[in-house]
Ligand binder design. Structure first.
Ligand SMILES: [Zn+2]
Length: 264
C-alpha cells in the first residue's frame, strides 16, 4: 500500500505539471488575438478605401468625358459663328459659347478637386498597404515565437506521458480516472494525509470507523467530503512530513479559534 501511495504522489506531480502545461498552452496563443484583430481591421479598411477610390476614378472619368463633350460643342459653336449670317444668330451663338465656357470652368474645377482627393486617397492606401505588411510581419514573428513556446511544452508533455505510462499500470483504471479528476479539480492536490480524524485536504472531521478503514489500508479510500485520496498518518509522521504545510495553514486555523473564543 505504501508503494501505491508513493505512486499516487508521483502521479500527482506529473498530473499537476501536465495541467499547468495544458493551461499555459491555452493561454499562450491569446496574445495573438489582439494583433490578429488589428490586421483584420486594417485589411477591411484597406478594402473599403480601395472601393472608395474606384468610385472616385469612375466619377473623374465621367467628368472628363463631359468636359470633352462640352469642348467639342464649344468648337462647333465657334465654327458656326464664323459663318453666322445675321446679328441675331451671332448673338445667340455668342451666348451659347459663354455658357459652355462657364460649364467648362466649373467642370475643370470639379476635376481638379476630384484629382486632389484621389491623390490623397491613393497616398492613404499606400500607407495602409505598408502598415498591413509591417503588422503581418510582426504577427508572423510572434506566431513563430508562440510555436516555439508550444513546442517546448509539447516536448515536456510527451516526457510526462512516458512517466505517466510507467506508473499507471500499477494502479486500476478506476483509481486513475478518479485521481486524475481530483488533481485537475482540486488545485493539484489529489492525495492528502489524515491525522487526528481530520482530512488534511478539506479539514472535515471524519467518523472513527471511516478513519479505521483508512488506517487499515486494505483499499484506497477517498475523503467523503473533498474526494481526495486519504493516507493515514500517525503522530510521528505528522511532526516531520507535514510540518511545513501545517505552519502555512496555522494562521487560518488560529482565526477560527479566536472566533470560537468570542462565541460568534
Ligand atoms: Zn477531505
Amino acid at each position: 500500500m505504501e508503494n501505491i501511495f508513493d505512486n499516487l504522489k508521483e502521479l500527482q506531480e506529473i498530473l499537476q505539471r501536465k495541467y499547468q502545461l495544458l493551461s499555459e498552452k491555452k493561454e499562450i496563443p491569446k496574445s495573438l488575438a489582439t494583433k490578429k484583430e488589428m490586421v483584420a481591421r486594417l485589411k477591411k479598411n484597406y478594402i473599403d478605401k480601395n472601393g472608395h477610390a474606384e468610385k472616385k476614378e469612375g466619377k473623374l472619368n465621367r467628368l472628363k468625358e463631359k468636359l470633352a463633350e462640352i469642348e467639342t460643342q464649344r468648337e462647333e459653336y465657334e465654327k458656326s459663328m464664323e459663318i453666322a449670317e445675321s446679328q441675331r444668330e451671332y448673338e445667340i451663338l455668342d451666348k451659347q459659347i459663354k455658357d459652355t465656357n462657364d460649364k467648362e470652368q466649373n467642370l475643370r474645377k470639379s476635376i481638379r478637386k476630384e484629382e486632389m482627393e484621389l491623390d490623397e486617397l491613393r497616398e492613404t492606401i499606400r500607407r495602409s498597404e505598408f502598415l498591413i505588411k509591417e503588422q503581418e510581419e510582426e504577427l508572423n514573428l510572434e506566431k513563430s515565437k508562440i510555436d516555439e513556446l508550444l513546442d517546448v511544452r509539447n516536448a515536456e508533455l510527451e516526457e510526462l506521458k512516458q512517466k505517466e505510462d510507467k506508473i499507471t499500470p500499477t494502479l486500476t483504471p478506476d483509481i486513475i480516472f478518479k485521481f486524475d479528476r481530483i488533481v485537475k479539480n482540486k488545485e493539484g492536490l489529489g492525495i492528502v494525509s489524515l491525522k487526528n480524524n481530520v482530512c488534511n485536504g478539506c479539514y472535515m472531521t471524519l467518523s472513527a470507523s471511516f478513519v479505521n478503514d483508512v488506517r487499515r489500508e486494505k483499499e484506497i479510500k477517498f475523503c467523503p467530503y473533498c474526494s481526495r485520496v486519504l493516507q493515514y498518518k500517525d503522530e510521528q509522521n505528522i511532526a516531520t512530513e507535514d510540518y511545513a504545510f501545517d505552519e502555512e495553514e496555522a494562521g487560518g486555523l488560529a482565526d477560527l479559534v479566536k472566533m470560537d473564543d468570542f462565541d460568534i
